[in-house]
Design a protein around this ligand. Structure first.
Ligand SMILES: NC(=O)c1ccc[n+]([C@@H]2O[C@H](COP(=O)([O-])OP(=O)(O)OC[C@H]3O[C@@H](n4cnc5c(N)ncnc54)[C@H](O)[C@@H]3O)[C@@H](O)[C@H]2O)c1
Length: 253
């Protein structure tokens, strides 16, 4: 479904980004992997070992860096981008503090780098899409972006769900809708995927609590999200715009 489409993945060396990158190549697409972490980005490029994939280091909180990424990526493949998935996940040193302990300095940094970064990346990539006659952008929100956390699932696990994460992820759904409408009649599609929790060595107690709200698997693997990505990038979803697709095994029901 993605044959010959040129797709850019920010945060491409991360947990979710990597699965998206692998699937784009599996589907015969062409891939620009972008990440701030050049070591992990290079390692992924080596692992994929394909002339259809290139790694370009970039920081999604910096306009010049985003613009350079887009132009370098297009030069490499000598053609315009068809789509982009924004998976970068910058976090401050204080990320994950309890509400009572939130430090305004860290809060400011996280609000800018995560939500501000999503807005800035949208601005740069969409202005570029407009020059090329259109394009397809996918944002990544979360179940925490449209429900309140199930706080009881965190009890006794040492884990928390930060208030700013909920605010940022609600903001990501909101900018998806705003921009989809703002660019009406311009051949621009902007949608969002809201994943449930992704397996990453969480404590057994949390996995058990979490899965009690799910329909079958519980916490997901990042590979479980690639179907939604492919659908949104493909022409099968041609008239889908400004939507938030929830992939959470029923957790939010
Ligand atoms: N993992 C989960 O359980 C989960 C669940 C729901 C939603 N999400 C969302 O999915 C997205 C990706 O999460 P993940 O779990 O893959 O995170 P991750 O930390 O595994 O990967 C994020 C990647 O972004 C890169 N990055 C950080 N700052 C950057 C910057 N300024 N510019 C460019 N790249 C930068 C990192 O180097 C890393 O490779 C996030 O928006 C996250 O909120 C994750």
């Amino acid at each position: 479904m993605l044959k010959n489409k040129l797709i850019l993945v920010t945060g491409g060396a991360g947990r979710i980004g990597k699965s998206f990158c692998r699937e784009i190549l599996n589907q015969d697409g062409k891939l620009i992997i972008s990440d701030k972490d050049s070591k992990r980005g290079q390692a992924l490029q080596e692992e994929l070992s394909s002339s259809d994939a290139v790694f370009i280091e970039s920081d999604t909180t910096d306009i010049t860096s985003i613009d350079n990424l887009i132009s370098k990526g297009e030069k490499t493949f000598n053609r315009p981008l068809d789509g982009a998935i924004h998976c970068a996940y910058p976090t401050s040193s204080g990320w994950g503090s309890a509400f009572e302990d939130l430090d305004p300095k860290n809060l400011k940094e996280d609000l800018y780098s995560q939500l501000g970064g999503a807005i800035i990346f949208s601005q740069r990539i969409i202005s570029h899409f407009l020059e090329n006659g259109g394009g397809n952008l996918i944002h990544i929100s979360s179940i925490q972006g449209f429900t309140s956390p199930k706080f009881e699932q965190y009890e006794g696990t040492g884990m928390i769900s930060p208030i700013e994460y909920s605010a940022i992820k609600a903001g990501v759904i909101s900018i998806t809708k705003y921009l989809a409408k703002y660019y009406k009649n311009k051949d621009i599609r902007i949608n969002c995927i809201s994943p449930g929790g992704i397996l990453d060595n969480q404590p057994e107690a949390f996995l058990k609590n979490y899965s009690s709200n799910c329909n079958s698997k519980g916490m997901l693997d990042s590979e479980d999200l690639v179907g939604a990505m492919t659908f949104l990038l493909s022409d099968s979803s041609k008239y889908l715009n400004g939507q938030n697709i929830v992939v959470d095994d029923g957790w939010s029901l």
